[in-house]
Write a protein that binds this ligand. Structure first.
Ligand code: 3MF
Ligand code: MG
Length: 346
């Protein structure tokens, strides 16, 4: 068994994580599987073999019924569940969203699924449950009343938060994962700012339970800078979880290996995380491309890990005093050159 990859001088939780869906069968909207799907529990040893400490899963991948077996297996492998998440986007019933559906029966089902997922999060021993905004949004104007949708989100998160607090105290926290579009043309909670605003509208005593899971590629799809989005989470004390990957411009969601498209920005991001003493876990949300053969399905993880470990060490070596000096002297282009030297130089 591979030994777990640890980051040098990482504060708090060390060890890296990824989703079981990251090593999927390779379908895309235009074509079905190119690889035989691997049973979900068989994916845990594969992730461990990559040197990962944490796994993540949706409720449709590791169901409530499978959870005790998953927890036993993970323990044997020396792994932990980094986060668990209800899938509000795959089932046809949630085609127009769960919490923001116009149909009260669908909203109720969404809530029930969310509460069940809270219990499963506890069984798996995860500290975080993620809400990706998935199908919460609209394709046609006036398809939903936006103000009502916002109220429904507030109401839904309040209900989930109250349930978790009553049953688990502060053991389980929630991380909202924003995305601007795909699968919907327009998604509610499209970016970090929207999610922070939503949290500010929740019941005061529940607000500490809610934070964010920003994903670097999602910011890029929105045309935003992920460094600033993550800094905003840090400033608010709301960086509960993180999904690292890469995106080649503003197009469909690619979930490319971390470090592939914007290494300089990734280096800067790691400087920021180190300086903030980010104590949470670092996870990838990448997708094994459909062209990769089954035997190479984990390459997307190996490449992400390799790039992260290299960039992390380079970030540790960045001279913070030099950054300060460049800022003081207003030599901002020179600052970018210094970072490039840290990245590319010997
Ligand atoms: C979609 C995503 C999702 C979420 C996942 C957990 C399938 O763009 O990033 O991955 O990360 O649902 O929140
Ligand atoms: Mg994600």
């Amino acid at each position: 068994m591979a030994s777990p990859i640890l980051l040098n001088n990482k504060v708090g939780m060390n060890g890296l994580g990824a989703g079981v869906w990251n090593i999927g069968p390779g379908a895309d909207p235009f074509g079905g599987f190119t690889r035989e799907p691997i049973p979900m529990l068989d994916r845990l040893p594969m992730l461990a073999e990559c040197g990962l400490t944490y796994y993540e899963a949706h409720d449709v991948e590791i169901t409530a019924e499978m959870a005790p077996a998953a927890a036993r297996l993970a323990k044997k492998l020396g792994m932990k569940c980094g986060m668990y998440t209800p899938s509000f986007f795959a089932a046809p019933i949630f085609k127009d969203g769960a919490m923001t559906s116009n149909d009260p029966a669908v909203r109720q089902l969404g809530l029930e699924n969310a509460l069940k997922a809270v219990d499963t999060t506890a069984v798996l021993g995860a500290k975080t449950m993620v809400f990706w905004n998935g199908r919460e949004g609209f394709d046609f104007v006036l398809a939903k009343n936006g103000r009502d949708s916002f109220k429904r989100l507030v109401e839904g998160f309040n209900q989930v938060g109250a349930y978790a607090k009553k049953n688990y105290g502060t053991k389980i926290k929630f991380a909202i994962e924003p995305k601007p579009n795909e699968p919907r043309a327009n998604m509610y909670l499209a970016n970090v700012g929207e999610a922070l605003y939503l949290i500010s509208r929740l019941e005061k005593e529940l607000q500490p339970l809610f934070g964010l899971n920003p994903e670097t590629a999602h910011s890029r799809i929105a045309g935003l800078d992920y460094l600033w989005e993550i800094e905003m989470c840090l400033e608010a004390g709301k960086l509960f979880h993180i999904h690292l990957n890469a995106q080649d411009g503003q197009r469909y969601d690619q979930d490319l290996p971390f470090g592939y498209t914007e290494p300089l920005k990734d280096l800067a991001l790691l400087v920021v995380l180190q300086d903030a003493k980010f104590a949470g876990p670092i996870h990838f949300d990448v997708k094994a491309p459909r062209v990769d053969d089954p035997k190479n399905i984990c390459d997307v993880l190996h490449v992400s890990i390799q790039n992260l470990v290299w960039l992390w060490d380079r970030a540790l070596a960045v001279d913070r005093k030099k950054i300060e000096q460049f800022r003081k002297d207003n030599r901002l282009t020179a600052l970018s050159g210094y970072l490039a030297k840290c990245l590319y130089g010997c």
